[in-house]
Design a protein around this ligand. Structure first.
Ligand code: SF4
Ligand code: SF4
Length: 307
């Protein structure tokens, strides 16, 4: 069972967002999905810091989805006891997710300028998605719905991310939407889909679509923050195989290209070393177990496995 926790916050003193529509559409998409029985979704509204803590402790989600306002380096906007904005700092968020790194495998921050938080959380969580720019309400909803549609169909997280980026373009609502996906252990952190060229939407006119944060014009320091180099996230160390272990006799281990893999599972059943594991619909090869026999390569229908 893959557990998704949705955290929504739209403090009274911030512009109104269509978070209810976003959550309803995500839920509806998962309800109709081919693998719907494998997903459990829980919603937390008007989220305060203690609500996140309790939801994480009680529900132990695998995916955490935040929708609301982001304010770049200042943090993301939760609510205080009076429903007003309570900013949660990047450092506090990163420390929090470090504590739950054994269960959380993906964090999606569907809020403006959340790249800073995504980079920090990616020190501890396998996949983190944030937004490098402001994001309009319509684009945020398109992105989220497509992302969970893909997961519900059994696709891995990288594919879901790419499909979600494409969905925003297909809908023509991207503005300057620039989602970034961070992968724990990657040497160069951001894998960014280029922003589409349509003009950005502003959040100032009441009648216009809302964006999920403060525009760079209103935050003159934002540009210098955005131009900082990404945090350096160290590669995960891989222990050398012990003498006598099957992997000690290998040539070079095989690996799976997550962008190509369609999660069919054929390779997992084929591997004589049980080196291929599936987690959250993501297939990976344990280099410490792989002997390089190549059996998995033969059965992969999309040529996603190589040395
Ligand atoms: S190359 Fe052989 S040992 Fe390595 S993952 Fe594929 S089937 Fe398993
Ligand atoms: S056989 Fe290929 S497509 Fe199927 S799970 Fe393995 S790597 Fe992915």
């Amino acid at each position: 069972m893959i557990k998704i926790l949705i955290l929504a916050a739209n403090p009274k003193n911030t512009s109104r967002l269509r978070l209810d529509e976003e959550v309803r559409e995500i839920d509806a998409g998962l309800q109709r999905a081919r693998r719907r029985d494998e997903f459990e979704l829980r919603q937390q509204w008007a989220t305060r810091p203690q609500d996140i803590r309790r939801a994480m402790l009680d529900f132990t989600p695998n995916i955490v989805h935040f929708c609301g306002h982001g304010q770049g380096s200042a943090g993301i906007a939760l609510e205080d006891q009076n429903g007003q904005t309570q900013l949660v700092s990047t450092a506090a968020l990163a420390e929090f997710f470090e504590l739950f790194a054994d269960s959380v495998q993906c964090v999606l921050l569907n809020a403006c300028y959340s790249e800073t938080q995504a980079q920090a959380i990616a020190r501890h969580v396998e996949f983190v998605i944030g937004m490098a720019q402001g994001v309009g309400d319509r684009a945020a909803i398109e992105f989220a719905v497509a992302f969970y549609d893909a997961l519900g169909a059994g696709r891995p997280i990288r594919f879901a991310y790419r499909l979600a980026c494409n969905a925003v373009r297909m809908a023509g609502v991207g503005g300057q939407l620039a989602p970034v996906i961070m992968v724990k252990g990657a040497a160069s952190v951001p894998h960014t889909q280029p922003a589409v060229s349509a003009p950005p939407r502003q959040d100032t006119p009441p009648s216009a679509e809302r964006t999920r944060g403060t525009s760079p014009r209103q935050r003159p320091r934002q540009r210098s923050i955005d131009q900082q180099p990404p945090l350096s996230i160290p590669r995960l160390e891989i222990a050398a195989p012990a003498s006598g272990h099957p992997a000690a006799h290998r040539t070079a281990p095989y690996k799976i290209d997550g962008d190509l893999c369609i999660s069919c599972g054929a390779c997992e059943a084929e591997c004589p070393q049980e080196a291929i594991v599936e987690e959250m619909l993501q297939y990976t090869i344990d280099p410490n177990r792989c002997t390089g026999c190549g059996d998995c390569v033969e059965v992969c229908p999309v040529e996603a496995i190589s040395q």
